[in-house]
Design a protein. Structure first.
Length: 221
């Protein structure tokens, strides 16, 4: 009995570290899962804030193309003088930023181009021609992506007051995104020249957003 008791005690002592290690591993695993769930939103937020040079070029170019195409449509269809004036302002300013960005791009082959044929629907020739005429420079997309195509298509289907309201709502959202894009790149971009340009362009985009929000508050959006 004494020998059996000694053997049982020895086995229990040997198992205790293993049990402790198992519990510790379980605790670490649980902590790791909790840490992952806590850090995922933060990591996603960081990815949204940090934009590479090529991605900034693509997104800035796409923003300009959509602004010009949608504002050309508003210039033609809107019966509201303030909306038409705002649209003309957007066309003028975004054509200017398109030209500025083209001058900043090097003549290399590192293009971030969208597939040809992905531009605006041809149902409105002026909007389509405007978007495509500003996309010949290297490193710039050759047409609107699916998201912006869908927004333009939605705008093409609206009429009257509903058109003005939809156009202004789209402008508010588009300029919020543009302001965030340019502000973040100006703060932490990976190309010094583009960072400087983004910072210099940001005040105009902030003014665009303010004007769009003002039209929306006035009941036009």
């Amino acid at each position: 009995m004494t020998r059996f008791a000694l053997l049982a005690a020895t086995a229990l002592l040997a198992a205790t570290p293993a049990l402790a290690q198992t519990e510790q591993q379980r605790a670490q695993a649980a902590q790791g899962q909790t840490g992952t769930s806590n850090t995922t939103p933060s990591a996603t937020g960081n990815r949204a804030e940090v934009t590479t040079r090529q991605e900034f070029i693509r997104m800035a170019s796409m923003s300009d193309q959509f602004e010009i195409a949608s504002s050309r449509l508003a210039e033609q269809r809107s019966q509201n003088a303030q909306v038409k004036q705002f649209a003309q302002h957007m066309i003028r300013d975004h054509e200017k930023t398109t030209q500025e960005l083209q001058r900043l791009l090097p003549g290399d082959a590192a293009a971030t181009a969208a597939p040809r044929g992905s531009g605006p629907r041809p149902t409105d020739s002026s909007a389509a021609e405007t978007a495509s005429s500003r996309t010949n420079a290297q490193n710039q997309p050759s047409g609107l992506d699916q998201q912006h195509q869908a927004l333009l298509h939605q705008l093409e289907g609206a009429q009257g007051t509903a058109f003005d309201q939809l156009y202004i709502r789209q402008q508010v959202q588009a300029h919020r995104q543009a302001v965030d894009l340019f502000r973040n790149y100006a703060a932490s971009g990976d190309d010094a020249q583009l960072k400087q340009w983004a910072g210099a362009t940001l005040p105009a985009l902030e003014e665009h957003l303010r004007l769009a929000q003002q039209l929306s508050q006035d009941g036009r959006g």
